[in-house]
Design a protein around this ligand. Structure first.
Ligand code: NAP
Length: 334
């Protein structure tokens, strides 16, 4: 099929008085950067970082106008490398996509071939975006905890920000692997949602947020997946058992971490950093294979909802307020 001259995208622009406005409109294909792969995007997804990019966070996106969308799944429309053929289905997450490179909130993206992952067998394009960066990051956290020796026999595993994108997939994956998962959430009305994902217990955000100032709490967790940072991460570290493991991947609460060294030097707790953006391709492929195979979650229920490009704007405001439950797939296929 011949390529169109224009395509539909959500464009974020900066006004003269430094406000950021977003609009769904036609964009010229020639505005995309040069790249080895031109991909017709069928699905994207909404992540916290997209909302930062869509509202002018210069730590994420320096230059506007810009098309956000750190995730994209679609079909190769043209390729200048022998490694990918026209018509192949691919997933793109991380690297510079949607940050300072036009992202998945547009019908086409143009990228270096090194950013693309061939859609693994066992996943549809839509399912890959039901995971998206959030699900991929949750899987990286679980992979890292397991690589450092966490087993289900060791005890309870805490997931913070549990109803969010990373949190909900982390709860689901850990439960599927047989871990005893405790979910910490600000949305205690979502207990049933978390229980259906496999959480054995749900605790409130307040309970996960110790303000006593004590350097150590009674040990409870064998492992932690933290998606929020700040004092909730500090509390989780202080409440981790001897030799326990804490995977930190997010900062929805705060990027600060005020803590003493006592959990590390008296309990041998390890803090493991998780980054999904620059993670090497070998790990990327291995983790996507797991998500498509033995770790595959039921992505058909409440965990995933869907919206069109036109319906995305209010969801962006909602995710910034911590108000989203689960994952949102953006359907660009129509
Ligand atoms: N390291 C990486 O490569 C990587 C990759 C993806 C995401 N991230 C980061 O991970 C975090 C989660 O991303 P996401 O896409 O899952 O976002 P999300 O869907 O908005 O989930 C974040 C969740 O955190 C909780 N939360 C929000 N504001 C909070 C606050 N002020 N205090 C305490 N908890 C709060 C809420 O869950 P409850 O209501 O259930 O508490 C919210 O649903 C973000 O910081 C994101 O930047 C990092």
């Amino acid at each position: 099929m011949p390529l169109p001259q224009n395509f539909k995208a959500m464009v974020v622009a900066e006004t003269a008085d430094k406000k950021f406005i977003r609009d769904v409109k036609q964009v010229s294909l020639s505005d995309l950067p040069a790249g080895e792969l031109l991909i017709e995007v069928k699905y994207s997804s909404l992540n916290y970082k997209d909302a930062l990019s869509a509202t002018g966070n210069k730590g994420v996106t320096r230059k506007y106008p810009h098309i956000p969308g750190i995730d994209a799944a679609g079909v190769i429309a043209s390729s200048s490398t022998s490694h990918f053929a026209t018509g192949e289905q691919v997933i793109v997450t991380g690297y510079d996509l949607g940050m300072n490179t036009s992202g998945g909130f547009g019908r086409y993206i143009s990228i270096p071939a090194g950013w693309a992952v061939k859609l693994p067998q066992g996943l549809t394009l839509r399912e890959s975006m039901a995971y998206g960066t959030a699900g991929f990051t949750a899987a990286l956290c679980v992979t890292r905890l397991a690589a450092y020796g966490l087993t289900k026999e060791q005890g309870e595993v805490l997931v913070t920000g549990a109803t969010g994108g990373v949190g909900s997939i982390a709860v689901g994956l850990l439960a599927k692997l047989g871990f005893n998962v405790v979910a910490a959430t600000g949305k205690t009305a979502e207990k049933n949602f978390l229980a259906a994902l496999g959480a054995k217990e749900v605790i409130s955000r307040e309970e996960a947020n110790d303000t006593s100032g004590r350097p150590l709490q009674k040990g409870r967790w064998a492992g932690v997946v933290d998606t929020v940072g700040g004092n909730i991460l500090a509390t989780a570290i202080k409440s981790t058992n001897y030799g326990g493991l804490v995977a930190a991947c997010g900062n929805a609460m705060s990027a600060d971490l005020a803590i003493s060294v006592y959990p590390f030097i008296l309990r041998g707790v390890s803090l493991l950093g998780v980054d999904s953006v620059e993670i090497p391709m070998s790990t990327r492929l291995r983790v996507w294979q797991k998500l498509a195979g033995e770790w595959k979650l039921d992505l058909s229920g409440d965990l995933v909802s869907e919206c069109s490009l036109e319906g995305l704007s209010p969801k962006i405001d909602q995710i910034l307020k911590g108000g989203i439950r689960g994952r949102i797939v953006v359907d660009l296929s129509q």
